[in-house]
Design a binder for this molecule. Structure first.
Ligand code: AMP
Length: 183
């Protein structure tokens, strides 16, 4: 099964992705994690990714597609995956033809997401998490990723999820919607 999680930073995608991964025994993959690993490389590409991420901007579509598709070509993803953070633009969604079964949009307000991010402990702090970069990311979500939600809605595979509920309630709702869409 191939699932996608969409939502602004702080909407709970990685929490829900990991819970789903455990429940369904499907690997979880986050494009942000891939890029964070690449940004540690002391190469021109690594440095470029680091600068782009730290400013809160998106990596260009062609580069992103190439990198994510390369990852998804690994054998562990051959029978399915839960993707977090990709596709993030309509061109990425259009070019990513991969038999997606369902897309879950974890909807939380900007205010709630900012509260959550402000409350995260030091351990989880990322170098690309300055307030300026977070605000830019929220901005890019509204401008570039919201149209992706409508793209999948038109395809009939989008499920809206109230991301402000409790973690267990959200997980249960995703599972329920998944079962219903498969029957
Ligand atoms: P995230 O962990 O999902 O917030 O991603 C962190 C950063 O990685 C983003 O701010 C972007 O710079 C980059 N990134 C992750 N996924 C994508 C994507 N699908 N397209 C472009 N850039 C991405």
């Amino acid at each position: 099964m191939k699932l996608i999680l969409v939502g602004i930073q702080g909407s709970g995608k990685s929490t829900q992705g990991n819970l789903l991964s455990e429940k369904l025994s499907i690997p979880y993959l986050s494009s942000g994690h891939i890029f964070r690993e690449m940004s540690k490389e002391k190469t021109p590409l690594g440095r470029y990714i680091k600068e782009t991420m730290n400013a809160g901007y998106l990596i260009p579509d062609d580069k992103t597609l190439e990198i994510v598709e390369e990852y998804l070509g690994h054998p562990e993803y051959s029978s399915g995956y839960i993707l977090d953070g990709f596709p993030r633009t309509v061109p990425q969604a259009e070019k990513f033809v991969n038999g997606i079964d369902a897309v879950f949009y974890l909807k939380v307000s900007d205010k709630e997401a900012l509260w959550r991010l402000a409350g995260r402990d030091e351990e989880g702090v990322r170098e690309d998490n300055t307030l300026k970069a977070i605000m830019k990311r929220i901005d890019q979500f509204h401008g570039k990723t919201e149209p992706v939600i409508e793209y999948y809605r038109q395809k009939g595979i989008l499920h809206d999820i109230d991301g402000e509920k409790k973690i267990e309630e959200i997980h249960a709702e995703i599972i329920e919607k998944l079962h219903k869409s498969n029957t």
